[in-house]
Design a protein around this ligand. Structure first.
Ligand code: PRP
Ligand code: MN
Ligand code: MG
Length: 177
C-alpha cells in the first residue's frame, strides 16, 4: 500500500447525518419499550458511526464493543474473522443492536451474529452504514442499511485503508494515481 492514491468524496457528512436521523426513527419504532438496548459497535471501523448513531437515538441504551478483524492491512478479506476483543457485558435476554460500518463479503457480520446468537439475547438486530451487495459471499443483509454502494474501495467515517483515513468526516472512494 505504498501506491499513491487520492480520495474522491462519495457520501458527504451532511447526507450521512440526514440518513442517520431517518434510521434512528425506524430503530426507535422497533425497540420502543425495550428496557435497555445494548448497542454493540464492531471495532475498529464502526467507532464513528456508532458515536453519531447513539447520540441521535432517543432510547435507553448501553454501549459495548467487540473487536473483529478480517482484513488486516490488505484490500482482500481473509474470510477468517478473528475476535480480538470480546464484549464487556453479558447479553443473555437483552435486546442487542450490532453496529457495522460496512457489509462487504458478509463474513464479519455473519460470524459476529452467530457468536452473539449463541449467547441467547432477546432481539438481535444489525445496522450497517454501507452495503456492497455485489461483493457478497455469505447470504445476509443487515436489518437496516444506510447506503447501498457499488464495488469501490471506500474510506473515511471510521473506515480505513491500511489503517489510514479513518478520521475523514465523509465517505470517500480511493482512486490510485
Ligand atoms: C472491515 C469493515 C467490516 C468488515 C466488512 O473491517 O470494518 O467490519 O471489514 O467486510 P466483510 O463483510 O467482507 O467481512 P476490518 O476487518 O478491516 O477491521 P477494522 O474494522 O478494524 O478496520
Ligand atoms: Mn470492521
Ligand atoms: Mg479495516
Amino acid at each position: 500500500t505504498d501506491r499513491r492514491y487520492v480520495i474522491d468524496e462519495m457520501i458527504s457528512a451532511k447526507s450521512i447525518a440526514a440518513r442517520i436521523e431517518d434510521l434512528c426513527k425506524e430503530i426507535q419504532k422497533e425497540f420502543k419499550g425495550t428496557d435497555k438496548l445494548v448497542v454493540v459497535g464492531l471495532l475498529r471501523g464502526s467507532f464513528v458511526f456508532i458515536a453519531d448513531l447513539v447520540r441521535e437515538l432517543d432510547l435507553p441504551i448501553e454501549v459495548d464493543f467487540l473487536e473483529a478483524s478480517s482484513y488486516g492491512d490488505g484490500m482482500e478479506s481473509s474470510r477468517e474473522v478473528r475476535i480480538l476483543k470480546d464484549l464487556r457485558g453479558a447479553i443473555e435476554g437483552r435486546d442487542v443492536l450490532v453496529v457495522e460500518d460496512i457489509v462487504d463479503t458478509g463474513h464479519t457480520l455473519h460470524h459476529v451474529t452467530a457468536l452473539l446468537k449463541s449467547r441467547e439475547p432477546g432481539r438481535l438486530k444489525s445496522i450497517a452504514l454501507l452495503d456492497k451487495p455485489s461483493r457478497r459471499e455469505v447470504d445476509l443483509k443487515a436489518d437496516w442499511t444506510g447506503f447501498e454502494i457499488p464495488d469501490e474501495f471506500v474510506v473515511g467515517y471510521g473506515i480505513d485503508f491500511a489503517q489510514r483515513n479513518r478520521n475523514l468526516p465523509f465517505i470517500g472512494k480511493v482512486r490510485f494515481v
